[in-house]
Each structure stands twice: as C-alpha cells, then as structure tokens.
Ligand binder design. Structure first.
Ligand SMILES: [Zn+2]
Length: 69
C-alpha cells in the first residue's frame, strides 16, 4: 500500500524515468538535452563512479541517485 495518491505516484515515476534517461544519455553520449519534468530546468548529471546523481538546476527541486548504469 502506498501513501501517495495515484496521480502523485505517476508523476514521481515520470520524474524517475526522465532522470534515468538523462543519466543514460550522459553515459552513452556525454550530454543530455532532457529537462526537469517538474520545472523544465536544466538537469545536471554527475558521475559518481558507481552511479549517477541527477539534479535539477533549481534548488530543492529534484535530486535522484542511480547506481550501476
Ligand atoms: Zn526542476
């Protein structure tokens, strides 16, 4: 059971998918043109060695860490 309403969960999944795709593009191409799905700001992808941190240029908007891409 989730505490999140369905529409919020769907939004959250879209954010994760988008950030995941941005990290994958960065890994494959060295750049990404994807933008934040919340505020349309630029996404910054940082290589952590064992994974990636994807964060929005807008403070406190979006920050996600992916491992083992
Ligand atoms: Zn944002």
């Amino acid at each position: 059971m989730s505490l999140e309403p369905d529409h919020e969960r769907a939004l959250r999944e879209a954010e994760v998918d988008n950030a995941d795709a941005a990290a994958e593009e960065m890994s494959l191409q060295g750049f990404t043109h994807r933008r934040c799905s919340r505020c349309n700001g630029e996404l910054n992808v940082n290589d952590r060695g064992s994974g990636y941190t994807v964060s929005c240029e807008t403070e406190k908007c979006l920050r996600l860490t992916f491992r083992g891409i």
